[in-house]
Design a binder for this molecule. Structure first.
Ligand code: HEM
Ligand SMILES: *[C@@H]1O[C@H](CO)[C@@H](O)[C@H](O)[C@H]1NC(C)=O
Length: 502
């Protein structure tokens, strides 16, 4: 009896202690949050935020890029939103977006580093770095990509050869329904792999396919609830199981792969004959050996290489998967592209970027795929480097800046049929017409580092596909434009028929 009472008391006490602890924690966080909330005068307006969570709960996680429309109506083209600890502003409309991305005193060139990113990349590499370190890494990467593009085997030829391999692989499907996802990923990835690692991988290489699956998985998981919560409560989420743990494990595996390739390069490295990005980087590291202030060190090597590998794979292949879908769903447009290919290139030549100027229709279709695909809807976030003003509002140092590319790409004032696939958007009297409100690669000093490469890849792969195949939905099936939200917006997995043309 007494014993039972004793244990009851102990349980009560434990429960009470837990409650006090929780209460204390909340009060503490509340106070911290309150001070965190102080804003400068003239800060952009925005919806009121909840303590701790900010506006986190007001965002719709299935379609984060579509859910804040009412705020724009209410607060205008520059409004504030808090996501966890990040004070952010969302910018809408071409003039303001341009102003922000190409800010004359370069005040908005940094990257905010979320807690998940901090754990994987810290501030290293090309995508997450800022300041002088970013400048050095970016300049070197651009120069090296250019050098290997102009080397013995030009990048253009590599893309042509790879597109040819991929066409042969797709031919094996004999017009039957197949899922093109990882074949396209593999082919696209091989281009950046040949530049960074000096090798390409066969489409049935199980180990490489595993890496491609990991990249696909992290793309999806980073926008998921697990990672979002980790970004707000890293010190708690660190200890909890969930998809964010899978995310970290995946990145570790990707990093390990890159580190191993680097180790192998070191073994047979010849500074006089750099074979690829890694060799060139090792040479740069040797140049600065022993100088502490240099940004050319092992960690930046790993992260920059990983950035090129990842950014060079996911984006272009996602765009190509959208392209096939749009072709199968718009047979009359597909026919016109094929007619142009037959007229300008024919059936025996390999497509090359030199053909592009003579193929306005095909070029317009590719642009329209990028406009509708809109794979990076809020651009890659930027961060204010030092206090500055935009449109009369004060943006303090550290504010995260999101530019709404969706609003640009679907602006009813700019596009005749904003929500329908229509290559005429990029045509005028049969000639290709550039459009200002088209910024899938962003603009400014931090514009996509791979834009030229990506544009060459998109053109050569796409024309190679349509030169040899007609894409159709599987018999008695309807294809859909359903998408998956991740770091990129990608079509949900689909099967398609590639019917040989001759
Ligand atoms: C269709 C394909 C692609 C699209 C739509 C795309 C889009 C973008 C966008 C919107 C940004 C952010 C720019 C900014 O902050 O203003 C970016 C950055 C970047 N992209 Fe791409 N990209 C594509 C292909 C590639 C390829 C093939 C590479 C490989 C070399 C690449 C490498 C990078 C890198 C390294 C950055 C970070 C640049 C920096 O922070 O300075 N991208 N990309
Ligand atoms: C971006 O623009 C689209 C289209 O106007 C809109 O539906 C969406 O809510 C906007 N998203 C943000 C984050 O502003």
């Amino acid at each position: 009896m007494l014993e039972a009472l004793g244990s009851l008391a102990a349980t009560l006490w434990a429960g009470l202690r837990l409650q006090t602890l929780l209460l204390g924690t909340f009060v503490f966080l509340f106070v911290v949050d309150f001070f965190n909330r102080q804003r400068p005068k003239n800060y952009p307006p925005g919806p009121p935020r909840l303590p701790l969570f900010g506006n986190f709960l007001q965002l719709d996680f299935q379609q984060p890029h579509l859910s804040v429309q009412p705020f724009v109506k209410k607060y205008g083209n520059l409004f504030s939103l808090s996501i966890g600890h990040f004070h952010s502003v969302i910018v809408t409309g071409l003039p303001l977006i341009k102003e922000v991305l190409t800010h004359p005193d370069q005040a908005i060139l940094s990257r905010p580093v979320s807690a998940v990113r901090q754990r994987i990349f810290k501030k290293y590499g090309l995508v997450m770095s800022s300041g002088q370190e970013w400048k050095e890494q970016r300049r070197f990467a651009l120069m090296t990509l250019r050098n290997f593009g102009l080397g013995k085997k030009s990048l253009e030829e590599r893309i042509q050869e790879e597109a040819h391999h991929l066409v042969e692989k797709i031919q094996e499907e004999k017009g039957q329904p197949f899922n093109p996802h990882f074949k396209i990923n593999n082919a696209v990835s091989n281009i950046i792999c040949s530049v960074t690692f000096g090798e390409r991988f066969e489409y049935d290489d199980a180990r490489f396919q595993e890496l491609l699956k990991l990249m696909d998985e992290v793309t999806c998981l980073e926008a998921g609830l697990g990672c979002e919560l980790y970004n707000i409560f890293p010190s708690i989420m660190k200890f909890l199981p969930g998809p964010h743990q899978t995310f970290f494990r995946d990145w570790e595996k990707l990093k390990l792969f890159v580190s191993r390739v680097i180790e192998n390069h070191k073994r047979d490295w010849n500074p006089d004959e750099p074979r690829d990005f890694i060799d060139a980087y090792l040479k740069e590291m040797a140049k600065y050996a022993g100088i502490d202030t240099s940004s050319f060190h092992e960690e930046n090597l790993v992260c920059s290489t990983l950035d090129l590998f990842f950014a060079g794979t996911e984006t272009t292949s996602t765009t190509l998967r959208w392209a096939l879908l749009y072709m199968a769903m718009n047979p009359e447009i597909q026919e016109k592209v094929q007619a142009e290919i037959d007229r300008v290139i024919g059936q025996s030549q390999l497509p090359s970027t030199a053909n592009r100027d003579h193929m306005p229709y095909t070029n317009a279709v590719i642009h329209e795929v990028q406009r509708m695909g809109n794979i990076i809807p809020l651009n890659v976030p930027r961060e204010v480097t030092f206090d500055t003003t935009v449109a009369g509002y004060c943006l303090p140092k550290g504010t995260m800046v999101l530019t709404n590319l969706t609003a640009l790409h679907r602006d009813p004032k700019e596009w005749a049929t904003p929500d329908a696939f229509n290559p005429e958007h990029f045509l005028e009297n049969g000639q290709f017409k550039k459009r200002e409100s088209f910024l899938p690669f962003s603009i400014g000093k931090r514009v996509c580092l791979g834009e030229q490469l990506a544009r060459a890849e998109l053109f050569i792969f796409f024309t190679s596909f349509l030169q040899k195949f007609t894409f159709r939905p599987p018999a008695n099936e309807k294809l859909s434009l359903k998408f998956r939200v991740g770091l990129t917006i990608s079509p949900v997995s689909y099967c398609i028929c590639a019917v040989p043309r001759v």
